[in-house]
Design a protein around this ligand. Structure first.
Ligand code: ADP
Length: 414
């Protein structure tokens, strides 16, 4: 879709901003350009809409050299979002968003109707339409910036650090909203950030740049975490990449065993008879209620009569990642992670060793079947599957009544 062929940008002062870049960006995907400050990300981005012209090489869009297209015409098909939104301060929010449709000669009424539609799309209430940019929070302004860029429904969006100027909580919300929007719109997006976590969260593909405008690696987030090309990339990606990589493995394929579990109506004597340090107590729909510690149990009554240790959190075989499963094991008082099915019923348990053995059984190639036996009935026997967005933080706030004592399954772990 967007192709760089041996593209360089040298400035007259001797700076090489981009050095011999060859890269092909997929249609309908999010490509993130990431790297330390001054490594040529913005320059690369701006060469796509001819705000910067390369010194050497060719940039093409859908097979056409962009030098053959007049800049204004080219930019009509390319939305542009920048840090701090870059809104016109003296225009209302509605008129800011209507800018491009008006420029295209849509007429005021139609342009404003389109703007109202776009504000709704980016999650802003209609009451904001008449306000001015200074009357909005940073996060809201950024949403307006995205809405404005979508004005003419361009197939391509260029986004330069669009979420960097807001606080981490708002940034997380904007990122989740952005992914939701992209699921609907399927734009071809080039996204610049200096934040590797943001890159991993948002990118279908990531181009890591090093100082001097050189491409260090171009890969999927999971491959970047599993196989950094060199020490620079490994360093840039960070030391916890082993754990972060688990976010891309579905929990659905992990092997679970039945584990010591009893209904809450069972007697304490039955629990003791299992001769296990911890017994998982479930309700009549097999939803987990908590852990009973056998050592502390008196010999009378039922499991309903005793205090249970909290589960920590469970993980769902539908939608959670191996990272959430491992986290569940680490937080569990019994050291056993509890996997639940779509109904929130217990599918089985596993400890951290069993989980890591199963994950390692993929031989580093995510998606292969694990060697471990005893796959729970509800789990897919196909093994951990590579999954984009398996543990979308937005999906972690799981209110599915899975029976977890925390009311959550999994963790926001990408
Ligand atoms: P990044 O976006 O990765 O922070 P940029 O693409 O903005 O980096 O800049 C890459 C390099 O090019 C930097 O060293 C920067 O100082 C230099 N640069 C950018 N624009 C100009 C310019 N107009 N003239 C001279 N040097 C520039």
């Amino acid at each position: 879709m967007i192709r760089f062929d041996a593209v360089s940008k040298n400035y007259p002062n001797g700076t090489t901003a981009v050095d011999g870049l060859s890269l092909e960006l997929a249609e309908g995907g999010i490509t993130v350009l990431v790297g330390p400050s001054g490594c040529g990300k913005t320059t690369t981005l701006r060469m796509v809409n001819r705000m910067v012209e390369p010194t050497a090489g060719t940039v093409s869009l859908r097979g056409q050299d962009i030098r053959e297209v007049a800049a204004p015409e080219l930019r009509r098909g390319i939305g542009y979002v920048i840090q701090h939104a870059g809104l016109f301060p003296h225009r209302t929010i509605l008129d800011n968003v209507a800018t491009v449709p008006l420029l295209l000669g849509w007429g005021k009424k139609k342009a404003r109707a389109r703007a109202a539609e776009l504000l709704e799309l980016v999650g802003l209430p209609a009451t904001m339409a008449k306000r001015y940019p200074y009357q909005l929070s940073g996060g809201q302004q950024q949403r307006v910036g995205v809405a404005r860029a979508l004005g003419a429904d361009p197939p391509v969006l260029l986004m330069d650090e669009p979420f960097s100027a807001v606080d981490p909580i708002v940034r997380g919300e904007l990122q989740a909203e952005f992914l939701r929007l992209q699921k609907e719109l399927h734009k071809t997006i080039v996204f610049v950030t200096h934040d590797i976590d943001e890159a991993i969260k948002l990118g279908d593909n990531i181009a890591v740049f090093r100082t001097g405008g050189k491409l260090a690696q171009f890969d999927t987030p999971e491959r970047l975490l599993a196989h950094p090309a060199d020490d620079f990339v490994a360093d840039f990606v960070g030391q916890d990449r082993g754990i972060r990589r688990l976010s891309f493995v579905q929990a659905a394929g992990l092997p679970l065993r039945e584990g010591p579990a009893l209904p809450v109506t069972a007697s304490v004597a039955e629990a003791r008879a299992l001769d296990e340090p911890w017994v998982l107590v479930v309700d009549d729909a097999r939803r987990p209620l908590g852990w009973a510690e056998a050592a502390g149990l008196a010999d009378a009554g039922t499991l309903a009569d005793i205090p249970l240790a909290p589960l920590g959190h469970t993980f769902s075989l539908v939608g959670d990642s191996a990272r959430a499963a491992l986290d569940a094991a680490l937080l569990s008082p019994s050291r056993l992670a509890v996997g639940v099915d779509a109904q929130g019923a217990v599918a089985g348990v596993a400890d951290a060793y069993e989980l890591s053995a199963a994950i390692a059984g993929t031989g580093g190639s995510l998606g292969a079947a694990p060697e471990a036996a005893g796959v729970a009935e509800t789990a897919e026997a196909a093994g951990p599957q590579l999954v984009k967005g398996a543990a979308d933080p937005a999906a972690a706030e799981d209110a599915d009544g899975s029976g977890s004592n925390t009311g959550k399954t999994g963790g926001g772990d990408r």
